[in-house]
Design a protein around this ligand. Structure first.
Ligand SMILES: [Zn+2]
Length: 367
């Protein structure tokens, strides 16, 4: 009895330490114990293996490490075979059915690398997307800038073309106007005019005075101006006296280099190397011819007209000019002088054509 009792007590005692050992271990093995309870089909092997391994490794107290290593091995193998899917399904199974430590641990260690990879992949993709977006934006901006540049270039070209077209049209108009008046090239006219003789001119220069003959030098001649006396039926001599008297009366400033009478006589009042007071803004680069007239409308007599042709042709020759350099006082300042050739534009153009013809005839010796 005593033995039995002792045995029992011994037995009781013996197992006690044995129990106490698992009790002590339990907290460590808790995960595995729980796993066994879980009876997870996915981890079904583990509960089977763990009891076998437990006595062996349990004694060493290495259960956790070993299981972790196994898990790690599995983890390393599994994601390598099929990283994305396996992680998802495994974690799903374990997460749902085993809410205890081990499943928590395992996914942690397992999923630890995969989400990181995923995150980094996500980041990479995001960065890639951002890069692409930026690239697209840059491309769009470049395309827009190119389009704007092209548009500006086209507009500039159009404006340039338009300006050229307008100026071309103007030039054509001018050429047409000139050609309507002159059909002979300038060179030819100058050549033909070389043989033009000086008409008969009476030199009766004015006394130098500040109102009609200032005595200032005329350095160049670009145009020949034609005037009318604005005093009908007065002779060339009378008009010369009028200019001469201005020096005494000081009534106004006026004069001209030549006066052509209605009988065709030509009086020169001022030497060709001096200026006359005839065209306000052009006194210093032009020569002026006054013409007498009998007609009320200011039309010149034939004699005056012929003398004007001869004098003009000779002056044009002297200064290497052509009929297109002949001007009405009206053309420089708008004064209605010579009246008839201002009111009859065609008559003026006819005069220029006649002058051209006169010059060409000079060459032929017919005049
Ligand atoms: Zn005038």
């Amino acid at each position: 009895m005593e033995l039995d009792i002792i045995d029992v007590s011994k037995n009781d005692r013996r197992p006690a330490p044995a129990r106490s050992v698992p009790r002590e271990r339990r907290p460590q093995q808790k995960g595995q114990v729980d796993r066994n309870r879980g009876g997870n089909p996915g981890t079904g092997r583990d509960p089977g293996r763990s009891p076998r391994r437990n006595p062996q490794r349990g004694q060493n107290g290495n259960i956790r490490r070993v299981s972790d290593r196994d898990l790690d091995r599995n983890m390393r193998r599994m994601p390598d075979r099929n990283p994305g899917r396996q992680f998802d399904t495994d974690s799903g199974r374990r997460g749902n059915r085993i809410p205890e430590r081990e499943p928590v641990q395992a996914p942690h260690s397992r999923s630890g690398s995969a989400p990181v990879r995923r995150r980094s992949e996500d980041r990479r993709q995001q960065q890639e997307r951002i890069r692409r977006k930026k690239k697209r934006r840059r491309q769009k901006a470049a395309v827009r800038a190119g389009a704007v540049f092209l548009l500006i270039a086209i507009i500039i070209l159009l404006i340039f073309a338009l300006v050229k077209l307008i100026s071309g049209a103007r030039e054509r108009d001018v050429v047409q106007k000139v050609s309507a008046v002159s059909s002979v090239p300038r060179k030819e006219l100058l050549k033909a005019n070389k043989s033009t003789q000086k008409p008969v001119i009476t030199e009766d220069f004015l006394t130098v005075n500040e109102f009609s003959r200032p005595g200032e030098e005329l350095k160049k001649v670009n145009n020949i101006f034609v005037h009318y006396t604005a005093n009908r039926e007065t002779s060339a001599a009378q008009n010369r006296s009028y200019f001469e008297n201005l020096g005494i009366t000081g009534e106004t400033s006026a004069s001209a280099h030549f006066i052509i009478g209605y009988e065709g006589e030509i009086i020169q009042c001022i030497p060709l190397d001096e200026i006359a007071y005839a065209v306000q803004k052009r006194n210093y680069d032009s020569i002026s011819i006054e013409c007498c007239y009998l007609s009320e409308d200011g039309k010149f007599t034939d004699a005056t007209y012929q003398s004007l042709l001869r004098l003009s042709a000779w002056l044009l020759k002297e200064y290497k000019l052509t009929p297109e350099d002949m001007m009405r006082h009206y053309d420089e300042g708008g004064k209605k002088c010579p009246l008839y050739y201002v009111e009859h534009e065609g008559a003026w153009e006819q005069f220029l054509r006649d002058l051209e013809q006169f010059i060409m005839d000079q060459e032929n010796g017919s005049v």
